[in-house]
Write a protein that binds this ligand. Structure first.
Ligand code: SF4
Length: 97
């Protein structure tokens, strides 16, 4: 599933450069994550990097946008067609399924 940013966000911007998919941008009030671009960092990192750096823990899993590991791998491949990802598995343990 993608991550989302809760109302605790202070718009500090620290998460933006950490996202490998450019999924985070300023919204009208707080920063927002584009669900279509968030892969939970699958393909790049073992854990979601925005959540790792957020000083107020406002980057959380979006339970309304559940995706399987296979779906996330397909998503990251479509976002980065120029990049070679290993066929299986792409290490990731940021969540329980
Ligand atoms: Fe970007 Fe990773 Fe956060 Fe998703 S989990 S918004 S891919 S940094």
């Amino acid at each position: 599933m993608a991550l989302k940013i809760t109302g605790d966000c202070t718009s500090c911007h620290i998460c933006v450069p950490e996202c490998p998919n450019d999924a985070i941008s300023p919204g009208p009030d707080i920063y927002v994550i584009n669900t279509n671009s968030c892969t939970e960092c699958v393909g790049f990192h073992d854990t979601p990097q925005c959540a790792a750096v957020c000083p107020v823990d406002s980057c959380v899993f979006d339970e309304d946008n559940k995706e399987t590991e296979a779906q996330l791998i397909e998503k990251v491949k479509s976002l980065h067609p120029e990049k070679d990802f290993p066929a299986e598995p792409i290490s990731h343990h940021g969540r329980n399924r």
